[in-house]
Design a protein around this ligand. Structure first.
Ligand code: C2O
Ligand code: CU
Length: 491
């Protein structure tokens, strides 16, 4: 039967302030859904991306300058095979230093995009003081190497510069990286044009078409008055899917695999697929942040916090041609309650399936060698209110946690308000929430867990793969920039 997400909507997340756009917004379901283009390698396993300012027509007829990967928003999608290493050379032609992190990647520390491991625009250092004397720098370009020795999954790459991640994401620095393998392809899940990545973001637009963001110097951390009013994070009043406002997609009356990413700075969604006559189509979850579940789980709605991914199959076979299925957001109000629509254009053959067993390689970790607890809460940082972990704001010079390579640990995470907590390097499982069993959507391997207000949750992981300095942090991007991040040293 349908697993309900009962209780999820009971306590709405503490959200940030919503900015109001000052330009005319298009009616919903008129702009066609774009799909980010697949990046071509320059040589086998080698990619090049130029980070540059580009004018993007996000809203029809309005040109919006954005910070982009290769001139598009979202950036180009990289498609990789499990275990085949990939090198991406990023060229920084933006007016600011950048850092690239592959979210969900099992990546050696040198390529993990530490927040002070900067790629400077050429000539930048001649005119600017380094923000942190310990910062590492590359000038102009930087090569990131990803072994991708990990389960197939929808990963994403995005900027991760210290104190500036939120404004950089907001301006457009995010793209997808899909890892595939033969076993997953052999399952027969919907594929080709019936596998759709859907990147959810929200934005607000100023009267001149530029993106609105509440800080003229582009970081909230150093703007006390402004920071206090956006403690909950920054929300926009325009919902974008793959960079288009409330788009529509012409679909076959068949199964679709929707690979959902919430790339919003601070907005939470709870998605449902609703037909014109008010029926909720089952959302059959086949995967989580870190790839396939052991077996499918059917939901009526799927909550998705910033940085989380849900891989769901929805079947349009029972929808009449000409009919519509809307993806709605139960946590929104007015126009933020609408996301996108599918217009069922034709009947079509469908040989896809959702097999009862999806994956047999989910790890089962032995008993933990350590249990730790971390409180995610409001606190003091940089002389004002901010966000802290264990009472401390992020400091790149301090090691907060040291773990041994190969150790299994249980972490108990406690939240005051809603915090989506992300761990670099190590995929984890959710063991419990509020002292009870995990929720129906907590299954599989995760790298981000949505902690609800006042909630404690336990996760278990094994620190595998690489030694070095990694991070864990809140993925509400404004919380992250306002101090809610910590260092994890794997030794
Ligand atoms: Cu998606 Cu540390 O980031
Ligand atoms: Cu947070």
């Amino acid at each position: 039967g349908l697993a309900t997400a009962a209780g999820l909507a009971r306590r709405p997340p503490v959200t940030g302030a919503e900015l109001r756009s000052a330009v005319p917004l298009p009616p919903a379901y008129t702009v066609p859904l774009p799909v980010p283009n697949i990046l071509r390698p320059v040589a086998p396993g080698r990619y090049e991306i130029t980070q540059r300012v580009a004018e993007i027509e996000v809203l029809p007829g309005i040109r919006t300058p954005m910070w982009t990967y290769d001139g598009t928003f979202p950036g180009p999608t990289i498609e990789s095979r499990r275990g085949r290493p990939v090198t991406v050379t990023h060229r920084n032609e933006l007016p600011v230093p950048t850092v690239v992190h592959l979210h969900g990647g099992r990546t050696p520390a040198a390529s993990d995009g530490y927040p002070t491991d900067l790629v400077l625009p050429p000539g930048w250092a001649d005119h600017h003081a380094m923000p942190d004397p310990r910062a590492v720098r590359s000038v102009g370009t930087r090569e990131y190497t990803f072994p991708l020795d990990q389960r197939p999954a929808l990963l994403w790459y995005h900027d991760h510069r210290m104190d500036f991640t939120a404004p950089a994401l907001w301006r457009g620095l995010a793209g997808l990286h899909i890892v595939r393998d033969d076993a997953e392809e052999a399952l027969g899940l919907p594929s080709g044009s019936r596998e759709l990545p859907l990147v959810l973001t929200d934005r607000a637009f100023a009267a001149d078409g530029t993106l609105d963001y509440p800080s003229i110097d582009a970081t909230l951390r150093h703007r006390p008055g402004v920071r206090e009013s956006f403690l909950g994070g920054v929300l926009g009043d325009v919902i974008l899917v793959n960079g288009a406002p409330w788009p529509v997609h012409e679909a076959d009356a068949a199964r679709y695999r929707l690979r959902l990413l919430n790339a919003s700075n601070a907005r939470h969604y709870e998605l449902e697929a609703v037909t014109d006559d008010g029926r909720r189509l089952p959302l059959v979850q086949v995967g989580a942040d870190q790839g396939l579940l052991a077996a499918p789980v059917t939901h009526v709605s799927v909550p998705i916090a910033p940085a989380e991914r849900y891989d769901v199959v929805v079947d349009f076979a029972g929808v009449p041609v000409g009919g519509r299925v809307r993806l709605l957001n139960k946590l929104g109000t007015g126009r933020t309650a609408e996301v996108m629509a599918f217009r069922i254009a034709r009947r079509a053959a469908d040989d896809s399936r959702v097999p009862p067993v999806l994956s047999a390689d989910l790890p089962s970790w032995g008993p933990p060698s350590r249990v730790r607890e971390f409180a995610f809460s409001a606190g003091q940082q940089a002389g004002g209110h901010g966000w802290v972990i264990g009472g401390r704001a992020f400091d790149p010079a301090r090691t907060d946690v040291t773990v041994r390579l190969g150790d299994v640990e249980v972490w108990r995470l406690v939240a005051d308000v809603h915090h989506p907590v992300h761990l670099h390097l190590a995929a984890f499982r959710v063991l419990s929430r509020g002292g009870r069993a995990p929720l129906p959507h907590d299954g599989g391997l995760k790298d981000t867990i949505s902690l609800r207000p006042g909630e404690a949750a336990e996760i278990v992981t094994r620190f595998d793969g690489y030694r070095g300095r990694y991070l864990f942090h809140c993925h509400n991007a404004e919380h992250e920039d306002m101090g809610m991040m910590a260092n994890l040293e794997v030794v």
